[in-house]
Structure formats: C-alpha cells, structure tokens
Ligand binder design. Structure first.
Ligand SMILES: C[S@@+](CC[C@H](N)C(=O)[O-])C[C@H]1O[C@@H](n2cnc3c(N)ncnc32)[C@H](O)[C@@H]1O
Length: 369
C-alpha cells in the first residue's frame, strides 16, 4: 500500500494539515456511507473540488478506496493503520444520517424562477478572480430568495446587496414581491448586466458601481430593511462588507451572509465580528450555499481525473452555510475604515494568484473586457 502524496493534492504548503484532516474525514464519511460519489463527497465533507479530486485519486492509488464506475467505497484500509480494517456499519448504509445537502423543497414559483435564471445567466459576464468573484449556483441564488420569503424578509421589503456576482438581485427581482432592490459592486460589467436585465424584464433592481474599499454609498444610509452579502472569507473583507450592510439598514433590519467556506479551516473571527457588532444570529443553515464549478481552475491533469470520477448532476466547487441575523438599535453600524495595510490584505487568495499570473483568471482567458 502506498502513502498519500500530499504534494500533488495541495497548491500551497499552508494547505497540507487541512488536507490531512480532509483525508481522515473522507475515510470517516465512507465508513458511515457504504458508497458515495465525488460530488457527494465535495458536497458533504470538506475541501475544494479539485483538491478533493486529487486526494481521492491518491486514496485510490493507495488502495484505501475502490472506484467502481463512479461509485466510491472504502476498501477497508486506513493509511494510518494499514493493518487494521475499517469497520463498516452492520447494514453498510446508515440512511438515518446520510446527509443530502439541505432538503429545501422549492415550490412552482421558484422552479419557474430557476428556469428564467438559467436563461439569463447564459449571457452573464465571465467571473473574474481580480474581484475575487466565485458565484454560487443558480439553485443557491433562488434558494436564498425562497429562504427570505419563508422568513418574512421579502414581501414589500427594501433589499440591498453588497456585491452580487451571484445575481441574487435578479432572482429577487423576478419574484416582483420586494419593494426595491439595490446592488453595489465594483465590477462595471456586472453592474451594466444587472441594469440591462432589470430594464428588459421591468424589475425593481438597480445596480451601482462602487469600490467599497474606497467610497461608501452614504447617500443610501439607513434606507433598507434587509441586506445580503457574500464577502471574501477573510476578516478584513468580511467586516467591511458587514459594516456597510449594517450602515445601510434602517433602525431595525435583517442581514444575510454566508461563511465557513469548506476549503479553509473554521475560524472564530467571523462570529466574533457579528457579536462585536451586536447583531443576533437567528439562523445558520449548514451546506446551503454551493459555489459553482469553474472549469478554468482545473489543470489538464485534473480534467483527466474528473473524467474518471465525474458522477453527473449539479457540480460545485465548495460550500458555506447561510446565516441570518437580526439588527436592532444597539447594533454597531460604524463603517470599517481600511488602513493601507488592510486594503492590501482585503483581497482573497484567488485574487493574489491571478495578480501574479493573469492567465489563471477565467475572464482573462475568455478575453472579457
Ligand atoms: C468579494 S466577491 C466574493 C465571492 C464569493 N461569493 C466568495 O464567497 O468567495 C463578492 C462580490 O463583491 C464584489 N467586490 C469585490 N471587491 C469589491 C469592492 N472593492 N467593492 C465593491 N464590490 C466588490 C465582486 O465583484 C463580487 O460580485
């Protein structure tokens, strides 16, 4: 039995411990579930899709898992204890605990919005890592709207989105139930696209171009009931986007944010920021927010492995929770002002990578403006 070669799994030394942990979690997951697939593992365990793909291949080469067609099963051995067989549950398949993402049944209204969104996104701007874009799946955007609806956060509400590469504003607009929907984003292509579709479909959605690290939409302060944001998962970016959202809300309101990305170790920083800002977390739904598959991030060798492991169905890159919190008069709405040093740290890992090598950027590769 060979060992797992983490050098071919990770893309940065800092990821080594995380993917060792992911390895153990996959083995545990396969102990609980007799068979699984690549996408089920990405959807339910942890790690970024392409690193998990390479890790699974290493596990296959090490004889820890068997791949029959697209079905993955534990071959009963653990690399850490090669002489000890992994015990499968008696019935092999513990259906009582088998996770299946969030079972959130969408009604007819939302199914029809998914179809409309699928047509709309065909002409959307290609996501760019220069602005750390990583859109969620269409299903996730529409599920978000349905979730707001189920919590009484949609009908007649004034809703603002701080960054919207996910196009959730358009999914919200298509319900025709919110009073007003406003988007702030740095990406001019995205702002123009949202305004164009809004005009064509007569939606109450308006997008404005802002670099939120430099200018704040202060004329909109205190004007909204609900805000949604999905910042880059680092402390500086999270606090900036949350603080702007809080500032834009009226005295009472509700915020939505996604965090705990499954491609990085969990950090207390995010919940600390929410607590320091004196907002009350009311809901945290696990495995809700699924980020879309971006083929341009795959190397040639990864694409070959994908052919081997691809089990079909909706693809994803990683997932996060969906968090709802309530904002009251005592919440801290002061906008976080960035120092020059913080402005440099604002950008995410993907942005740093494309600044060093622009050819890794999906939009750059497609010659997008
Ligand atoms: C920061 S990205 C995060 C993407 C992804 N949802 C995630 O969690 O990694 C979210 C949105 O913020 C926008 N954005 C990035 N930098 C910005 C800035 N300085 N000012 C305004 N919007 C920005 C992007 O264009 C994108 O639409």
């Amino acid at each position: 039995m060979t060992e797992i070669d983490y050098d071919v799994v990770i893309e940065n030394e800092s990821e080594r411990e995380f993917y060792k942990e992911t390895h153990n979690k996959i083995l545990e997951y396969l102990k609980r579930n007799k068979t699984s697939t690549f996408w089920e593992i990405v959807r339910n365990v942890q790690g970024s899709d392409r690193r998990v793909l390479r890790l699974l291949n290493q596990m296959r080469l090490a004889g820890e898992i068997a791949l029959e067609g697209v079905q993955i099963s534990s071959s009963g051995f653990n690399a850490d204890e090669p002489n000890k067989r992994v015990q499968a549950p008696a019935d092999g398949f513990n259906t009582a605990v088998k996770p299946s993402g969030l079972s959130f049944e969408l009604g007819e209204e939302y199914k029809s919005i998914i179809s409309k969104m699928e047509r709309i996104v065909k002409s959307r701007p290609v996501p760019t890592f220069f602005y750390d874009q990583r859109p969620v799946t269409i299903t996730t955007s529409v599920k978000r709207v349905a979730y707001l609806d189920s919590r009484g956060d949609l009908d007649g509400k004034r809703i603002v989105l701080i960054g919207d590469d996910d196009l959730t504003s358009l999914a919200l607009g298509l319900t025709k139930r919110a009073k007003e929907i406003v988007v702030f984003d740095i990406d001019e292509r995205l702002v123009d696209f949202i305004n164009l579709i809004s005009k064509e479909k007569r939606l109450k959605v308006r997008a404005y171009k802002y670099d939120l690290t430099k200018e704040i939409p202060s004329e909109f302060s205190g004007k909204f009931d609900i805000f949604l944001t999905d910042p880059t998962p680092n402390k500086i970016s999270f606090e900036l986007f949350i603080s702007i959202g809080l500032n834009l809300l009226a005295e009472k309101g509700v915020g939505y944010v996604s965090f705990f990305p499954t491609h990085q170790a969990k950090s207390v920083d995010f919940q600390k920021i929410l607590t320091e800002r004196k907002v009350v977390i009311t809901d945290m739904i696990p495995r809700f927010t699924e980020y879309d598959f971006v083929p341009q991030t795959y190397r040639k060798e990864d694409l070959k492995l994908l052919e081997l492991f691809d089990s079909g169905g909706e693809r994803l890159s990683f997932y996060e929770n969906n968090t709802r919190f309530e904002v009251g008069p005592k919440s801290i709405r002061e906008i976080k002002l960035l120092t020059d040093e913080e402005r440099a740290d604002f950008i995410g890992k993907a942005t740093k990578r494309v600044l060093e090598n622009p050819t890794l950027d999906p939009a750059y590769r497609k010659n997008s403006k």
